[in-house]
Design a protein around this ligand. Structure first.
Ligand code: IMP
Ligand code: MG
Length: 409
């Protein structure tokens, strides 16, 4: 079996955590390659909800867990999550790459500080210090996981840098000792481990964080995260050859959500939006903020499918649309009187894009929790496949692991 990457195709929160958990069986390891504790993966099993920010979602299936060098690692979040796993009576088989960028308390302060500088127009970050920590890495001022574990990193230059623009500086000595204790004995070479697993015939799954439209370069800049969210980043974020990427499963919600600021052409406000938010429990898993709600945007989705080389699609939360009487998909935008369905070209003027919709038959009251999809849902999925030119191999119709319908590839 080939390696598999699971990537979110919208603005995050597409339900990747559930899909990773669902597919993890056939894989030896589940690997994070990007982002940090800004991510929030919710998995519901037996009515209990687990939210993880850093640890790959494969822990529930007792998989080997790898955190690759492309991740911004907050050691104290890691400590909390390891604690939660041991409270559940589990033990994480975890390896953190020694080249991971470490998020220190300084970067969290800096995240707040920069959001404050933006005045009335903040990005709406998660304040987890993600962007600043990647920036500090580029400035060669951030510790790496291995430096911290071995106690060889001197934070003096980073602290001096912060002093130049911040009034109060958190004291790092207690943090350093605590973080070092978390990382000692669990750091190593994640890329090498993946290659070894592949050489002995085992496959690994790459778990993306955030979504394509939050990518630092290809997303809706500047309203993006501080890292790369596209599947193309897997090899670079892990130190493995491109040929090891394997298949790419894109995950898209049957509607769209976004947390934080930035353009969102298909956003719906009012009653329908509130209903979808309530039924879909659309509140940020990391920050608790209400997510903005919108109709499915095929213009953006086509861009995401092409950019990531998506080989199959998982469609999630279709059940939520059975609670509302309207059903629409956006097929193109009108920008300054011109119609376009090219997202790349629309990006610079996305704030003024007006969505042009196709009205679809309403899903209100449709029963979806069965083995096969009812006709109306099959027709909808068939329409998406035709438009996106990719097979929808999985449809999620509820938060439980069991509410998942497999379709043949
Ligand atoms: P940051 O990643 O904390 O810098 O936040 C930048 C933007 O990305 C904000 O709009 C966040 O709400 C958004 N964001 C970051 N992580 C996630 C996620 O896992 N799901 C959804 N949005 C996210
Ligand atoms: Mg999330």
């Amino acid at each position: 079996m080939r390696n598999l990457c699971i990537v979110g195709l919208q603005w995050g929160d597409e339900g990747k955590g559930k899909i990773v958990d669902y597919y993890a069986d056939g894989f030896e390891a589940v690997v994070r390659y990007n982002g940090g504790s800004n991510a929030g993966h919710t998995i519901v099993i037996g009515g209990r909800s687990f939210v993880f920010h850093l640890i790959p979602s494969g822990f529930l299936k007792k998989k080997k867990l790898l955190i690759g060098p492309g991740v911004a690692l907050d050691p104290l979040t890691l400590k909390d999550e390891l604690g939660l796993i041991s409270n559940e009576g589990g033990r994480a088989d975890l390896l953190v790459d020694e080249r991971c960028t470490v998020v220190t308390p300084l970067e969290k302060e800096m995240d707040e500080f920069i959001e404050g500088l933006r005045g009335d127009n903040p990005l709406g970050t998660t304040k987890r210090g993600i962007g600043p920590s990647y920036a500090m890495r580029a400035l060669r001022l951030s510790p790496r996981a291995g430096d911290l574990a071995s106690g060889t990193f001197d934070t003096a230059s980073a602290v001096a840098f912060y002093r130049s623009f911040m009034k109060t500086i958190p004291d790092l000595s207690a943090w350093k000792a605590e973080s070092r204790a978390v990382l000692q004995g669990i750091t190593g070479d994640v890329g090498g481990s993946i290659m070894e697993l592949n050489e002995k015939g085992s496959s690994v799954m790459f778990e993306g964080a955030q979504g394509v439209l939050l990518d630092l370069i290809y997303g809706t800049y500047p309203y993006v995260t501080g890292a790369h969210t596209i599947a193309n980043y897997v090899p670079a974020g892990l130190g493995i050859p491109n040929s090891s990427l394997g298949d790419v499963m894109g995950v898209a919600k049957a509607y769209t959500t976004r947390v934080g600021g930035g353009p969102f052409p298909t956003e719906i406000t009012g009653e329908v939006g509130s209903k979808i938010r309530a039924e879909g429990k659309e509140y940020g898993a990391t920050t608790g903020r209400p997510r903005r709600i919108g109709w499915l945007d095929l213009v953006a989705l086509k861009y995401a499918v092409r950019l990531n080389g998506v080989s199959e699609l998982a469609l999630t939360k279709l059940d939520i649309l059975t609670k509302v009487k309207e059903m629409k998909v956006c097929t193109s935008y009108s920008i300054e009187g011109q119609e376009t369905s090219d997202f790349s070209k629309a990006l610079p003027r996305l704030a003024s894009a007006k969505p042009l919709y196709l009205d679809m038959p309403s899903f209100l009251g449709v029963e979806l929790r069965v083995d096969t999809l009812p006709r109306i849902a099959e027709d909808f999925v068939g329409y998406l496949e035709e438009e996106l030119k990719v097979k929808v191999t999985l449809v999620s119709t509820g938060e439980e692991r069991s509410a998942t319908i497999r379709r043949s590839a």
